[in-house]
Design a protein around this ligand. Structure first.
Ligand SMILES: C[S@@+](CC[C@H](N)C(=O)[O-])C[C@H]1O[C@@H](n2cnc3c(N)ncnc32)[C@H](O)[C@@H]1O
Length: 226
């Protein structure tokens, strides 16, 4: 068996970083509003996916979507993450009645510790924008194709909006000034590229939802297994 892919960015989620990640989404009014909008998109996406009964939240991070996933009373939730620290934070930070409903699982998205067709849906928020290489995204998507029976809900950054244009412009300025950073851990992807990757991994795009149309980079896709 080849050893699963390990990325540098995955290693940063230790106890301190996990605690900071939990606080980050609660810190300012803007962050709290942004979380509300994330929840709105997630609810819409789950409805489009047919309100799946068994959901794998991967990566679950600090469990910020667990209360939302638990809104459907009989839903079974698996909260999975690569980082033991993140899982620990999630189980103490989220409400006890919600945590009771979640089975936690430490696993990599490249090599999910579950059998084929194990869940109705994989709910994957804020992972793909960290994956710069097409080969790595395809490895994750193929693993999703193996583990989901029906759908995948995935968020990432796409081009074709004001923020992506602005980001590109400041990157070009940095390059011109010879200040290009060597380590980049978040990537804006051409929508056409990721959509072709979804197809290649065996999914069809059912729908997409934009965080703020034509302005923000975040987009949530609802994918159905072919
Ligand atoms: C930006 S956080 C997003 C967490 C959550 N989905 C959210 O939106 O709040 C990224 C998460 O990905 C996890 N992660 C990084 N590499 C991973 C991998 N290869 N497999 C599974 N999880 C990974 C990190 O531990 C971290 O919890």
């Amino acid at each position: 068996m080849p050893s699963p892919i390990k990325l540098e960015f995955s290693e940063k989620y230790d106890d301190e970083h996990s605690q900071n990640y939990l606080l980050k989404h609660q810190e300012t009014l803007a962050r709290r509003l942004s979380h509300k909008r994330d929840e709105q998109l997630a609810r819409g996406a789950l409805a489009m996916a047919g309100e799946p009964g068994l959901v794998l939240d991967l990566p679950c991070g600090a469990g910020r979507f667990w209360p939302l996933l638990a809104e459907k009373p009989n839903r079974v939730i698996i909260g999975a993450d690569n980082s033991e620290s993140m899982l620990k934070i999630a189980t103490v930070a989220q409400p006890a009645d919600v945590v009771k409903r979640v089975r936690s699982l430490q696993t990599s998205a490249f090599d999910i510790d579950l059998p084929d067709n194990a869940v109705d849906s994989i709910f994957c928020m804020r992972l793909m924008h960290h994956i710069g290489e097409s080969e790595h995204r395809l490895a994750i998507l193929k693993e999703f194709q193996r583990v989901t029976r029906d759908s995948v809900i995935v968020s990432l950054w796409v081009d074709g909006n004001f923020k992506a244009w602005k980001r590109k412009r400041s990157e070009l300025r940095r390059i011109k000034k010879g200040k290009q950073g060597s380590y980049q851990n978040r990537f804006v992807l051409p929508a056409a590229t990721v959509e072709a990757e979804f197809e290649q991994a065996g999914f069809r795009v059912q729908e997409h939802l934009n965080f703020i149309p034509l302005y923000a980079m975040w987009r949530v896709y609802v994918l159905r297994k072919r």
